[in-house]
Design a protein. Structure first.
Length: 60
């Protein structure tokens, strides 16, 4: 099977690129956010929105 370029040059650009330090995360990791949203919606049966039933007193 013919190759496009020699295998000795594989990873050349990545190896030459300088290492950049990762920035700190400011928000919650997406897996944890999704798990918390699932818990709120399905386990606690919460209704989305600002005016949830039972949260604010009814006006007369």
């Amino acid at each position: 099977m013919p190759t496009h370029g020699s295998l000795t040059k594989a990873g050349k650009v990545r190896g030459q690129t300088p290492k950049v330090q990762a920035r700190e995360r400011h928000s919650v990791i997406s897996i944890m956010r999704n798990k918390e949203n699932f818990r709120k919606r399905f386990e606690l049966k919460r209704v989305p929105g600002q005016n949830k039933p039972g949260q604010r007193p009814r006006r007369r």
